[in-house]
Write a protein that binds this ligand. Structure first.
Ligand SMILES: NC(=O)c1ccc[n+]([C@@H]2O[C@H](COP(=O)([O-])OP(=O)(O)OC[C@H]3O[C@@H](n4cnc5c(N)ncnc54)[C@H](O)[C@@H]3O)[C@@H](O)[C@H]2O)c1
Length: 249
């Protein structure tokens, strides 16, 4: 039975990915910073033939990543897939964005992906047909005012995906990314709730006229983990209801 480790797996898109994988018979290692959120995520999963476990792990801290990977090695036969989904967003205009906020976003959303991928390499290399799927964003290919750190990190993630895909293609590890558009999770709901984002204004610009649901991102991640995508590596698939192809005025 195959095992996947999901960073930021307790909520939102990461939780939807964990749920999809459970249904498909994977063992799922849900990781994140908040033990309570992880425990309730594991308890809330629809069970499948695989095993679900939760582990506290901060993608900014290599020691915590190494400790979790050691536990995975003890508890499971192999690590077959790493899903880099953990992410934060800090909104501020560039002229006032603090260096600390810039660093937090880059360290989590970009360096965290490199750190986890590098740490997991030896385990993934031992597995047959291993995969890494990075959760990027449409912010990796378009500018978004007030999101300097986030857009830089997500653009960097696409470059990193290409290079890791290239470096590890002959080590039997495929590395791809999914770039979601606006998706109904806490990250977006928080902005709608406090008035920084307007759902009506967002959906007016999306050709499919609605936000994505987390499972619509998760199914594409699952495709990139499966043998159905066995000849795809280094690519980023955009899943955005058409917003980035909308050149209409
Ligand atoms: N919701 C959207 O519209 C949207 C769009 C494009 C991309 N994304 C990306 O999808 C991913 C998941 O976001 P989401 O929308 O589900 O948001 P979310 O806030 O629900 O989930 C983010 C998860 O990352 C975890 N996390 C944050 N910092 C961490 C750290 N240092 N170590 C470990 N875990 C950490 C959080 O605890 C949380 O579980 C993110 O990478 C985000 O950038 C989201």
């Amino acid at each position: 039975m195959k095992t996947a480790l999901i960073t930021g797996g307790a909520k939102g898109i990461g939780l939807a990915i964990s749920q999809e994988l459970m249904r498909d018979g994977w063992n799922v290692v849900i990781t994140g910073r908040d033990e309570h959120a992880i425990d309730s995520a594991v308890a809330g999963l629809t069970t499948g033939p695989g095993k679900a476990v939760g582990k506290v792990m901060d993608v900014r801290d290599r020691a915590s990543i190494d400790a979790v990977l050691a536990e995975v090695r003890d508890e499971f036969d192999s690590l077959d897939s790493l899903i880099n989904c953990a992410g934060v967003i800090i909104r501020d205009e560039s002229e006032v964005l603090s260096e600390a906020d810039w660093e937090t976003v880059i360290d989590t959303d970009l360096s965290g992906v490199f750190r986890c991928s590098q740490a997991a390499f030896a385990d993934l290399e031992k597995a047959e047909g291993a995969t890494i799927v990075n959760v990027g964003s449409i912010a990796g290919s378009v500018g978004i005012a007030g999101r300097a750190g986030y857009t830089a990190a997500k653009a960097g993630l696409e470059g990193l995906t290409r290079t890791l895909g290239l470096e590890w293609a002959n080590r039997d590890i495929r590395v791809n990314a999914v770039a979601p558009g606006w998706t109904r999770t806490e990250m977006v709901a928080g902005g709608i709730k406090d008035g920084r984002l307007s759902e009506a204004a967002l959906t007016a610009r999306i050709p499919q006229k609605r936000l994505a649901e987390p499972h619509e991102i998760a199914t594409v991640v699952k495709f990139l983990m499966s043998s159905d995508s066995s000849y795809i590596t280094g690519q980023t698939i955009t899943v955005d209801g058409g917003i980035t192809i909308n050149g209409n005025t």
